[in-house]
Design a protein around this ligand. Sequence first.
Ligand code: ADP
Ligand code: ADP
Length: 224
Amino acid sequence: TPVLRLTNIEKVYQTSTIETVALNQVNLVINRGEFVSIMGPSGCGKSTLLSLMGLLDEPTRGTIEVDGRPVQSYSDRELAGLRNLKIGFVFQSYHLINDLSVVDNVELPLLYRPGMSGKDRRQRALAVLDKVGLGARTGHFPSQLSGGQRQRVAIARALAGAPEIILADEPTGNLDSVMGEEIMDLLLGLNRQDGVTIVMVTHDEQQALKTERVIRFFDGSQVG
Ligand code: ADP
Ligand code: ADP
């Protein structure tokens, strides 16, 4: 069973005067362990697609299945678990909390995890920071880090809950090419060595070619 399946997805944003069709008849399967890139011009629906895959928003029409089960068949509690633990998000602009230290940022997704002690949280956060190569920066604050290091913190935070899927929205979009390549190598390692399924939005053709599959969008629909 694929980890995610989107069938006949349509997403319409409705404001008082305008209706925007952000996605139209999208059919997409993401298999366990894949690394897929999503490409397409600004406004073609890529962020909308990621927010639907991350269960942060609902489609106007169509079905989303996680592990072969329609999202509607999960209880609210199960859905909260999927959002918090199964899926990790990485954004172009990092979305770190500036007045929390690196390690405290990474602990955030673990705060509401039942049965996890403060000590376990700290241990887990330090372990994932080590994994992304930031073991020596755990007490720093985001403002004291380079862009590439900040993105590593954001990736560590996404990894804290040991997610099966990482959804990354232009994770290297704010980085120079050297740092961008480092982040790309980190993601490739997580995919190949740790088996994390990754769906990444990117504008970088070179990066996309390093992934297993490129899905291209134009104006809300797949074009390849
Ligand atoms: P991309 O990520 O490819 O730039 P988006 O998914 O952000 O595209 O946007 C797709 C379309 O939906 C665009 O026309 C955008 O303006 C519109 N859109 C996105 N989010 C909203 C929203 N919350 N309300 C209204 N329109 C939106
Ligand atoms: P980005 O993908 O660049 O990080 P967003 O996802 O916030 O930016 O927005 C993408 C597009 O969706 C932009 O064109 C933005 O103007 C549009 N958009 C986002 N939220 C809304 C909204 N509430 N109403 C109308 N358009 C929106």
